[in-house]
Design a protein around this ligand. Sequence first.
Ligand code: NAD
Ligand code: WQD
Length: 331
Amino acid sequence: MNILVTGGAGYIASHTCVALQEAGHNVIIADNLCNSKVESIDGIKKITNKEITFYEIDVTDEEAVDIIFSNHDIDGVIHFAGLKAIDESVRNPLEYYYNNIVSTMVLTKACQKYGVNRFIFSSSATVYGDNKVPFEETMILLPTTNPYGETKAMSERILTDIANANPAFSVSILRYFNPVGAHESGLIGETPSGIPNNLMPYVTQVAKGRLEKLCMYGNDYPTVDGTGIRDYIHVVDLAEGHVAALENLTEGVHVYNLGTGKGTSVLELVKAFEEANGIKIPYEVVERRPGDIALCYADASKAKQELGWTAKRDLIAMCRDAWRFEKNHKE
Ligand code: NAD
Ligand code: WQD
């Protein structure tokens, strides 16, 4: 299939482009590089040794998107492009609503015009709010504490309404848990700008000596060791989940959790990183981070049953691969 991958130069999408190409699909990337670099596309090409068509465009730009659809016989769209920094979304909600919602509308409009009926959307476990774990796809979505989360819930609603009105339109909504790690080649990975918000890139930068120590946000949660529990998933497993979703897509709207189904605490992740890489990670326990929840992990059984997909790589592989990329990566 010819697959349009929006945000294809980004962290999760670049790994998905590799998985798509390895599964025999052709990839067309649309990215405005607002949070990525063209080098990641070079990385994809080095790994797969295949060509990629790249359009440096903003996917909220209707005319630019139309040109791609008219130039290629597109079979499906995987829509990753989006802004994702939660605190920035609180400070600048309009930018987030505009970018993340309008992009979804522009792309679905082009799909309708050109008769493209396969659409896969990057959603997030954040839409579950503080429901009871494990999170199941059938749960009522709870309001999130930030505009970013609202853009994901709203995009899900828009896609569901469009699919309900157009029975041929097939949509897969993928709710990611906490993607970490990197391709084992070390050629592509996560490159956050500035000081990382997320745990794993913070830990790898402490390991590199760029940051002095990890600030652990609270150790008084009702969890095994008091630190927050998350469902960390290797980004290559997540990428393979997209291929499974694409290849098993049927009419209607389908929602899948892409997680391991296993919760890991912040302390456990730090210990695993130290064990995997033989590097000590100094840390200090500080106040809880506003907006954080104690527990977040998936019920991952639906994706297993319907897509035949499960995450295979363990926490040690996630830590080893995250560090390999960080170590090799030049700023
Ligand atoms: P990323 O920032 O690495 O990738 C997003 C890409 O989209 C970037 O390359 C950016 O340049 C591009 N982009 C953004 N707006 C665009 C626009 N208007 N037009 C064209 N390109 C645009 O982020 P990621 O972590 O790879 O996330 C990918 C998707 O998955 C996002 O939609 C994100 O919200 C979602 N998601 C991420 C996580 C996570 O923890 N990383 C978890 C759940 C969901
Ligand atoms: C993980 C754990 C922190 C940093 C976020 C979004 C979510 C999704 C994934 C997009 C928590 C603790 C973290 C640090 C720490 N993104 N922590 N010190 O918050 O679970 O999820 O990214 O959709 O929507 O909310 O991920 O990696 O920031 O935090 O102690 O410096 O690590 O408190 O328990 P989070 P995270």
